[in-house]
Design a protein around this ligand. Structure first.
Ligand code: ADP
Ligand code: MG
Length: 368
C-alpha cells in the first residue's frame, strides 16, 4: 500500500495531519471546548498514541477526523488533512465514500457501532461489497478470514449470530473486523482493547502493528494503557483539558517527560517505568472545559506551577528530538526526574505499589 503513493514523485507527506483543531459542544450549561487547538501528524505506516485522563478530548478528536461528532458538537476551526485533502469542509455524502475504504474507526462502545438486527458475518461483509465491489461470496470469505484473525472461535458458525448473542469482548472483535474489512489506510482506535482479555488484546495489537508495518496503514490509538502505547506507537500526543500537553517520540516522552502532567501520568501507570518509587495518583480533578482555568490548564494541579502559569497560556515549545511541550517551566520536570534518578530507589516500595493497584487506579482516569 505504501508504494502506491510514491510513483511519479508524488508527495509522500504524512497520511494524516490535524492542524489547530477546535471542537465545541453546545450544552445547557454552556459551550464545552472539548478540543482546543490540537495538532499532530501521522506518517504512513506509523502509529500515534493519544493519551490523557477521561474527558481530555481524545474521543472528540477521533470523531472529528471520522466526521461522526454528536449533533450538538462541531469542528469550529482547524484542518484535518487526510492524504493531502482537508476533510473539514466535506459534506456527509463525500465523507461516506471515505469512511470504510480510506479511514475506519474502532469505537469505545461496540454496541453503538453494531447493527442489532443484522448477522455479524453480513455486517463485516457489507463494506467490501459496497465499497470494493466484492461479490457476496468473496465478501463472506473475507469476513470469515477476518473473524479468524481477530480471534473469534468457530467463525463459520458465529458468522450467522447476531450481536446480542456475543459477549462484550467478542463484539469488540467483530467491530475490529468491520473496521479492517475495507482495508483502510487510516484506522482510528478508541480504547479498542479495554474490554478484551490479555491474550486477545495482545493478538489484536500484533495484528494492528503488522498492518502498519506490512501494509503501510496509519493508526491513531487512544488508550489509558501506556505500555500498549510504548508497544505499538512511534509517536505519542499527551492531551490535557482539550489541549496537547506534550508530543514526541514515544520512548522519549514516556521515559523522559518534559511536562509535569506527563510525569504524573507515567507515575500513576502500573508496570510502566522503573523510575518511580511508587504509583502516585495525580492529585486534583480534571478541569472544566466550559470554564477552563486561565493560563495553563494544568496549573491548579501542578506542583511546579509558578505565578506566570496562572495567566500565560503556554504555547507548544519545540524541543530537540522532534518533541514539544506546552509547559513554561519544563526544566523543573527534568530536574525532578534527575533528582529522583540520582536518589535511592527502594525496590520494596515498587513491590508494595504493585500489590495495591487500586490506590493508583483512578489517577490516570479509570477506563469508562
Ligand atoms: P475522552 O475521550 O478523552 O475521555 P471526550 O472527547 O469524550 O474525552 O470528551 C471531551 C469533553 O467533552 C469532556 O469534557 C466531556 O465531558 C465532553 N463531552 C463529550 N461528549 C459530550 C456530549 N455528548 N455532550 C456534552 N459534552 C460532551
Ligand atoms: Mg473517550
Amino acid at each position: 500500500m505504501t508504494a502506491a503513493f510514491s510513483p511519479g514523485g508524488a508527495p509522500a507527506g504524512p497520511m494524516l495531519q490535524v492542524r489547530d483543531l477546535h471542537v465545541q459542544i453546545a450544552t445547557g450549561r454552556g459551550t464545552v471546548r472539548a478540543v482546543d487547538g490540537v495538532s499532530f501528524e501521522v506518517p504512513r505506516g506509523e502509529a500515534l498514541g493519544l493519551v490523557g485522563e477521561s474527558g481530555s478530548g481524545k474521543s472528540m478528536t477521533l470523531r472529528s477526523i471520522l466526521g461522526v461528532l454528536p449533533p450538538t458538537a462541531s469542528v469550529t476551526s482547524g484542518q484535518i488533512i487526510l492524504d493531502g485533502r482537508d476533510l473539514v469542509p466535506l459534506k456527509q455524502t463525500d465523507l461516506n465514500r471515505i469512511r470504510g475504504p480510506k479511514i475506519a474507526m474502532i469505537f469505545q462502545e461496540p454496541m453503538s457501532a453494531l447493527n442489532p438486527v443484522m448477522r455479524v458475518g453480513a455486517q463485516i461483509a457489507e463494506g467490501p461489497m459496497l465499497h470494493q465491489g466484492l461479490s457476496r461470496a468473496k465478501a463472506a470469505e473475507r469476513a470469515l478470514d477476518l473473524m479468524r484473525r481477530v480471534g473469534i472461535p468457530h467463525p463459520e458458525r458465529r458468522m450467522r449470530s447476531y450481536p446480542h448473542e456475543f459477549s462484550g469482548g467478542m463484539r469488540q472483535r467483530v467491530m475490529i473486523a468491520i473496521a479492517l474489512a475495507c482495508e483502510p489506510e487510516v484506522i482510528l482506535c478508541d480504547e479498542p482493547t479495554t474490554a478484551l482479555d490479555v491474550t486477545i488484546q495482545d493478538q489484536i495489537l500484533r495484528l494492528l502493528a503488522r498492518l502498519c508495518r506490512e501494509s503501510g496503514v496509519s493508526l491513531v490509538f487512544v488508550t489509558h494503557d501506556l505500555p500498549v502505547v510504548a508497544q505499538i506507537c512511534q509517536q505519542v500526543a499527551v492531551m490535557y483539558g482539550g489541549r496537547l500537553a506534550e508530543y514526541g517520540p514515544v520512548r522519549d516522552v514516556l521515559h523522559d517527560p518534559r511536562h509535569p502532567y506527563t510525569l504524573g501520568l507515567v507515575r500513576s501507570a502500573p508496570d510502566f517505568d522503573n523510575v518511580r518509587e511508587a504509583l502516585i495518583p495525580i492529585p486534583g480533578a480534571p478541569p472544566s472545559l466550559i470554564t477552563p482555568p486561565d493560563g495553563c490548564r494544568f496549573h491548579p494541579r501542578c506542583k511546579f506551577a509558578e505565578e506566570d502559569c496562572q495567566v500565560v497560556e503556554p504555547p507548544m515549545k519545540p524541543l530537540p528530538g522532534g518533541r514539544a511541550t506546552a509547559c513554561l517551566h519544563y526544566e523543573r520536570t527534568i530536574e525532578s526526574l534527575e533528582a529522583e534518578r540520582a536518589g535511592q530507589l527502594d525496590p520494596v516500595d515498587l513491590q508494595v505499589a504493585a500489590e495495591q493497584p487500586d490506590e493508583a487506579a483512578p489517577a490516570a482516569g479509570s477506563a469508562p
